[in-house]
Structures are given as structure tokens and as C-alpha cells.
Design a protein around this ligand. Structure first.
Ligand code: HEM
Length: 488
């Protein structure tokens, strides 16, 4: 008994001494003076080794390094350090930090020649915040309701041109339909009805002017950049004319263009024509490829999985029994099964595979194993939806297409908090277009499911890792036959 209490006393004394020592050391030697617990560094040849590994494919590098180094590690890339924070346990700061701690401006600077001057990453954070408020207002539910009617009409019109049966490249078809729909909802009826071919050709040049090399050297004098700059100039002229005509006639439309024209900064200043053009270009860049890629993957997975194909068709039947063939915002919002099928395709194939920030102050993270690391200011900080969305401790059988993982009771997308599922980013800079994207993809797929039987006749598609917005490689050939879902 006495021996036991002696041991206890010695134990308590030891713990108290250790605690006191830790407190004194923290007081005497503030963090910056203590030895920093830097993240492990990816092994690579000196100077260009890191760059070579990154250029071979960041996801390949993550797949190799995560098992060896864990969820936090640094890659030396020329004169820069990129620190990866992989998984919800370590990425919360990435998503929640203020702009003064982790900023987007420097790392997304390469967008400036495409979006144009005076918008988004070319302006101070305070102005950018106001411009994102314009986005938020243009994507409110009241606005979305009007956009949905346009989405539904575009889908009806587009697929009315398909025959009774045939073979198509689904990827091409959906890309095309999404450009038409985006033109209508975002750019307005003038572009959609009269200037569609001109404007899409110019957007094509803008698109082709954003190459991997543009991320490092956005102003390199190469033909693709020259065409990009000319295209942006012409787009600015076209929109200046449209905006002037709307202002002159007092005509007001339900589209994003109108919202941006009517937007005002806090000091009362209205947006300029150049700003409206830049914001529209930014919206198209944010939403067009991302949505068309996601609608193609959704189709590929449904066509390859009878179980889920039957489930989404059944859901359409039930909705038609309830509402007839009407489709509007509220009916699309009832399509829960389809929603989960899209969300699961997007988990497996997030088009934005890498999100970046620039760190302006030191911060620390603790891994799920309890290891602490200090990330110094000056590092580029990265997280990867493509990698994090397949972590096996968050998602069961992560490589399997399983939309039921989001069902009540499982909810793997929330398994480790808000940043478990990050296809749309999250936190401070979470995607503002997420509801728009889901509505658009549901409007397209509900139309296809109700009107066509389809069969995938090419092999299941592979990922095109080389694209800036990572998408589907090659064609996705589908055989279709027109049908009508019988309503009881
Ligand atoms: C499936 C479709 C889409 C996907 C996967 C997607 C994904 C993302 C991601 C990952 C981010 C965060 C970027 C970061 O943290 O660095 C983001 C931001 C953003 N997205 Fe989307 N997006 C989609 C559709 C759209 C659409 C349709 C629009 C607009 C019409 C849009 C507008 C925006 C905007 C304005 C931001 C910036 C928000 C901010 O920085 O505060 N997105 N998106």
C-alpha cells in the first residue's frame, strides 16, 4: 500500500515537473524561437527534381508519397515549397483561413490575362469579395428558378434533334448542350440567339490560351496567348455593345449578365462594362467544363451500373406520376437519387484536382495520428480533391461507384466533418455555383432518362489527366433509342 502511494507520489511529481517545464519553455521560447517541426520533404533530384515529379502528374506523386510521408509533406519546386495537406484532419485551415493568412491572389494570378483586368484575381481582396457577392446574388434561388426553365427548354430543344435511334459521342453532345445552356443563363439571349457561333469561337480561343505553361508564364509571347488576348478584346467589344443596348432600351432579362449590370459596389459605384465582361468570362471558366465533365461521368457510371440506372429511372417514373412531365426547380430538387449519383461521379472525378493557396503566416496542423507540423509562411499550400475524395479511412471501398454512401446513416461525405468531400472546395472559398451545376446536370439527365434508352458501346472511359480541368479521355460512344416513360 505504502509502496503504491510512493509510486503515485513520484508519478504525480514527474508529470507536474514535465508540465511546468513545458509551460516555462513555451513562455521563455516563443514558437518562432523553438525548433520548428517542418513537414517531411519529398525525395527528388536537386534543383529540378521536384518540378519533374510534379509535371509527371501531381496525383501520381501523391499516390507514391502519401503512404510513405503521411498527410502533410513538402515538395521543393524550383525556388518554391509546396506543402500538401491531404485529408479533412489537416485541411481545415486551408479552407477556413482568412485571405491575409492564406491567399488565392498569387497562386491564381495566371487567370488574369483570361478574365481581364479589374476583376477577381486582378483586384484587392476587398473588391474581390464584393465581386463574389455579385456572383452570390446572381445565383440566388429566385434567380435559379428562372435559369432552370431555360435549362429545361435547352435540353428539350437539343435532344429533339436526335433521331428515334442512333449512336452519339455523349461527351461531345453534353459539352455542346452545356455551352448552349450556359450561354442562355449566363451570357443572355442576345448571345444565345444571335451571336452564339462567334462567341463560342472566341471562348474556344480563350480556353486554348490556358495551358499548363500559362500557369508559370501567363504572358509568354506564344501564338496561343496572342489568340487568347485577341479573343478577350473582341469579347469585351461584343459585350460592351450588348450592355449599352440593354441600358439604352431599359430592357431587363433574367440572366447573370443582367445581374452583373445591375450590381453595385458598397460605395454605390455600378460595375463597368469591362468588369461585367470579366466576371462573365470567370463564371464560364468556373462552370462550363466542370459541369460538362461531371455530366459525362455521371452518364458513364449510370450506363455501366444497372442497379443505379434502374434506381434513377424509377425515381423519374415516380416524379412523373406525381407531377406529370413538368420539370422545374422544385421538381429537380426532389431528384435525390439522381443527386447522389451525380455527387458520387464527382467524388471519383473532381475536375479541379488541385486547390492552391499562398501562405502569409506560419501555422500548425495535427495529423490524425497526432503528429504536429509547423508550416512556415512563404510556402504554397495545396490540397487535392482528386486524392482526398478517395481516402479509405473516409470512404469505404473508395474506388467503387457507390452513390448509397451518401444515404442517411452512412453519410460518408460528412464522416470527418465539413471537409471530407471536397469536389466543390469548401469553407471560405467554397464553390458559389454548386446549386447551379446540380440543377443543370439534373435537368439534362432527367430529360435523357425520361426519353431515351441508352447503352454504352465504347469501353468505360479513362481520365484525361493532361487537361487543365481534368476530364474524360476520348469519346464516350452511346447507342440510344427514343422511348417515353409510361405514367400510370
Ligand atoms: C460540377 C461543377 C463545378 C465544380 C466541380 C466546381 C468546383 C469548384 C471548386 C473546387 C472551387 C474552389 C476553388 C478553390 O478553393 O480554390 C470552386 C469555386 C468557385 N466556383 Fe465552382 N465548380 C463547379 C461549377 C461552378 C459553376 C456552374 C459556377 C458559376 C456559374 C461556379 C462558380 C464558382 C466561383 C465563383 C468560385 C469561387 C468562390 C470563391 O473563391 O469564393 N462553379 N468551384
Amino acid at each position: 500500500m505504502e509502496v503504491n502511494s510512493k509510486f503515485l507520489n513520484v508519478g504525480v511529481l514527474l508529470i507536474a515537473t514535465l508540465l511546468a517545464a513545458k509551460i516555462i519553455s513555451a513562455l521563455l521560447f516563443p514558437r518562432s524561437h523553438r525548433k520548428r517541426r517542418l513537414p517531411p520533404v519529398v525525395k527528388a533530384w536537386p534543383l529540378v527534381g521536384g518540378l519533374v515529379r510534379f509535371l509527371k502528374g501531381p496525383i501520381v506523386m501523391l499516390r507514391q508519397e502519401y503512404p510513405k510521408l503521411g498527410s502533410v509533406f513538402t515538395l521543393n519546386l524550383l525556388n518554391k515549397n509546396i506543402t500538401f495537406l491531404i485529408g479533412p484532419e489537416v485541411s481545415a485551415h486551408f479552407f477556413k483561413a482568412s485571405e491575409s493568412d492564406l491567399s488565392q491572389q498569387e497562386v491564381y494570378q495566371f487567370n488574369v490575362p483570361t478574365f481581364g483586368p479589374g476583376v477577381v484575381f486582378d483586384v484587392d481582396y476587398s473588391v474581390r469579395q464584393e465581386q463574389f457577392r455579385f456572383f452570390t446574388e446572381s445565383l440566388r434561388v429566385t434567380k435559379l428558378k428562372g435559369y432552370v426553365d431555360q435549362m429545361v427548354n435547352e435540353a428539350k430543344e437539343y435532344f429533339s434533334k436526335w433521331g428515334d435511334s442512333g449512336e452519339v459521342d455523349l461527351k461531345y453532345e453534353l459539352e455542346h448542350l452545356i455551352i448552349l445552356t450556359a450561354s442562355r443563363c449566363l451570357l443572355g439571349e442576345e448571345v444565345r440567339n444571335k451571336l452564339f457561333d462567334d462567341v463560342s469561337a472566341l471562348f474556344h480561343d480563350l480556353d486554348n490560351g490556358m495551358l499548363p505553361i500559362s500557369v508559370i508564364f501567363p504572358y509568354l509571347p506564344i501564338p496561343a496567348h496572342r489568340r487568347r488576348d485577341q479573343a478577350r478584346k473582341k469579347l469585351a467589344e461584343i459585350f460592351a455593345t450588348i450592355i449599352a443596348a440593354r441600358k439604352q432600351t431599359g430592357k431587363s432579362e433574367n440572366d447573370m449578365l443582367q445581374c452583373f449590370i445591375d450590381s453595385k459596389y458598397k460605395n454605390g459605384r455600378p460595375t463597368t462594362e469591362a468588369e461585367v465582361t470579366g466576371l462573365l468570362i470567370a463564371a464560364l471558366f468556373a462552370g462550363q467544363h466542370t459541369s460538362s465533365i461531371t455530366s459525362t461521368w455521371t452518364g458513364a457510371y449510370l450506363l455501366a451500373n444497372n442497379k443505379y440506372m434502374s434506381a434513377v429511372v424509377d425515381e423519374q417514373k415516380k416524379l412523373m406520376e406525381k407531377h406529370g412531365d413538368k420539370v422545374d426547380h422544385d421538381i429537380l430538387s426532389e431528384m435525390e437519387v439522381l443527386y447522389r449519383c451525380i455527387k458520387e461521379a464527382l467524388r471519383l472525378h473532381p475536375p479541379l484536382i488541385m486547390l492552391l493557396r499562398s501562405s502569409h503566416s506560419d501555422f500548425s496542423v495535427t495529423t490524425k495520428e497526432g503528429r504536429e507540423y509547423d508550416i512556415p509562411k512563404g510556402h504554397i499550400v495545396a490540397t487535392s480533391p482528386a486524392f482526398a475524395n478517395r481516402l479509405p479511412h473516409i470512404f469505404k471501398d473508395p474506388d467503387t461507384y457507390d452513390p448509397e454512401r451518401f444515404d442517411a446513416g452512412r453519410e460518408e461525405d460528412k464522416a470527418a466533418g465539413a471537409f471530407s468531400y471536397i469536389s466543390f472546395g469548401g469553407g471560405r472559398h467554397g464553390c458559389l455555383g454548386e446549386p447551379f451545376a446540380y440543377l443543370q446536370i439534373k435537368a439534362i439527365w432527367s430529360h435523357l432518362l425520361r426519353n431515351f434508352d441508352m447503352e454504352l458501346i465504347s469501353p468505360f472511359p479513362e481520365t484525361d489527366w493532361n487537361a487543365m480541368v481534368v476530364g474524360v479521355k476520348g469519346k464516350v460512344m452511346v447507342r440510344y433509342k427514343r422511348k417515353g416513360i409510361p405514367v400510370n
